[in-house]
Design a protein around this ligand. Structure first.
Ligand code: NAD
Length: 479
């Protein structure tokens, strides 16, 4: 039985203990009992990655291309089956689950193609008779630490470039979503990658994650998760001078201008704030609306929210599933109390919901009369809770949008090209959207944030080479 074990050195291994994986749409449904790796096993995984990486770095581009294309096409072909598993353990709806697995496949095929596009730089020297080559080499062994909210796509956008650029990997998935992690590893196991190149150690952040980030034998760490964990990882990386890249939380603003198309504004706000249960780093958690359309926007949001269907993730009618677990649900509910105490007014939703199956369901919540100083509007809730903040005009809206410690995505809904252009240039986020939701990004271009949302170089597209490679400058006396 491979479906619940660690994958180390090409072997499926039991851990030192195990933990149940429970379906958040139906807590009676235990998907499996998953291994928890020991600290010794993390060391074994690092050793295995080190040995395999030396071989992999020397392998030809076509071998790399073939392996990545195989993994990518398997994910795409099996997206219906694996998407269902993902939705069952994470709680996002079936179309979202299938779409995520398909997207994960696209990361692998994209980097398969990217392998064949790698070119170095060549230059004449300032000295006569000398030539200069600038080339990229793998970093070595990369520690990959991922969250639960995109359990297949997110690891894929880290593993695919790590492999493409010749590195070994020790990956620790989130403990809430091990089934999707194991499914991805099973596909990787069937590929022609050298055994031991990619290893997966299941377990908690406090034990298995800490063993990775504290190891002096890890050459680089890529992490996606909360700001709180990111700060801890940065401390550990600083001690070992480990190369580090991190993507963390946010408080993404959706700005709605007086001249906005209201259908677009409401559709973007509903999608960005509540779909996937608000459990997206790119979710719209502040709706900054200029005063001329504030009341109309709020009324239209209430209508739209009344029509949302919340239910079992695998139910074809559900638009929104449950929270991932009881702790996340409790966190969402606690922010309702925090916001009320601060003076914001809950005008819609926020109730926990009973469904045929016992799960962590709640009605998405909309606050009004909020301001940007409230904890609701400064801290990441990571749930379907959002707040309308009234702005006097565009300049006020822009300053509210930028008044946050985070900076992942932002969006403006407007019919003015001049406004859209000004916002695109002056919004202090890594990704800016115009007349689109704050969430939803492509796989062939860079993704990442500014301020406390991000640390280090960009992920995805050709920009990923910056993290997964190191640059060498060679001088050759040619005559
Ligand atoms: P989390 O920080 O609790 O955990 C993320 C990962 O880090 C998990 O694998 C966890 O086990 C591990 N971890 C926890 N403590 C650790 C430690 N001390 N040492 C090493 N590893 C440790 O985050 P989460 O709850 O799984 O995910 C939600 C967060 O992820 C949100 O803040 C969300 O915004 C963020 N996120 C960001 C992006 C992005 O690209 N910016 C994408 C998805 C999610």
């Amino acid at each position: 039985m491979n479906e619940s074990r660690n994958y180390i050195g090409g072997q499926w291994l039991e851990g030192e203990s195990s933990q149940d994986n429970v379906n958040p749409s139906d807590t009676r449904d235990v998907i499996g009992n998953y291994a928890q790796a020991s600290i010794e096993q993390v060391g074994q995984a690092i050793d295995a990655a080190r040995m395999a990486q030396v071989k992999w770095a020397r392998s030809g581009l076509e071998q790399k291309y073939n392996a990545l294309m195989f993994i990518g096409s398997q994910l795409m072909e099996r997206s219906a089956e694996l998407g269902e598993l993902l939705s069952r353990e994470e709680g996002k709806t079936l179309p979202e689950g299938k779409g995520e697995v398909y997207r994960a496949g696209q990361f692998f095929t994209y980097y398969g193609a990217e392998v064949l596009r790698q070119m170095g730089d060549f230059s004449e020297s300032t000295r006569s008779g000398v030539e200069v080559m600038v080339s990229r080499e793998p970093i070595g062994v990369v520690g990959v630490i991922t969250p639960w909210n995109f359990p297949t796509a997110l690891p894929s956008w880290k593993l695919a470039p790590a492999i493409a650029y010749g590195n070994g990997v020790v990956w620790k998935p989130a403990n809430l979503t091990p089934a999707s992690a194991v499914a991805l590893m099973q596909i990787i196991d069937q590929s022609d990658l050298p055994k031991g190149l990619v290893n997966m150690v299941l377990g908690s952040g406090s034990k298995v994650g800490e063993a990775i980030i504290n190891s002096p034998d890890i050459d680089a760490v890529t992490f996606t998760g909360s700001l709180h964990t990111g700060r801890r990882i940065a401390q550990a990386a600083a001690l070992n001078l480990t190369k580090l890249q991190m993507e963390m939380g946010s408080k993404n603003p959706l700005v709605v201008m007086d001249d906005a198309d209201m259908d677009t504004a409401v559709a973007c706000a509903l999608n960005g704030s509540f779909f996937s249960m608000g459990q997206k780093c790119t979710a719209s958690s502040r709706l900054i609306v200029t005063k001329g359309v504030h009341d109309e926007f709020v009324a239209r949001m209430q209508q739209g929210m009344a029509a949302l269907t919340i239910g079992h993730a695998l139910d074809a009618d559900s638009q929104i599933g449950p929270a991932v677990d009881d702790k996340q649900l409790a966190q969402n509910l606690s922010y309702l109390e925090i916001a009320r105490a601060e003076g914001a007014e809950l005008i819609c939703g926020g109730e926990t919901l009973e469904r045929e199956t016992p799960g962590h369901y709640m009605q998405p919540a909309l606050f009004v009369n909020g301001d940007n100083t409230m904890r609701l509007n400064r801290e990441e809730v990571f749930g379907p809770v959002t707040c309308v903040i009234k702005a006097d005009d565009y300049d006020h809206a822009l300053s509210l949008a930028n008044d946050t410690e985070f900076g992942l995505t932002s969006s403006i809904i407007t019919s003015s090209l001049a406004r859209a252009t000004h916002f695109r240039k002056n919004s202090k986020t890594g990704c800016v959207m115009v007349n689109l939701p704050t969430s939803g990004t492509d796989y062939h271009v860079p993704f990442g944030g500014r301020k406390n949302s991000s640390f280090g170089s960009r992920e995805q597209g050709q920009y990923a080479a910056e993290f997964y490679t190191q640059v060498k400058t060679s001088y050759i006396k040619a005559d």
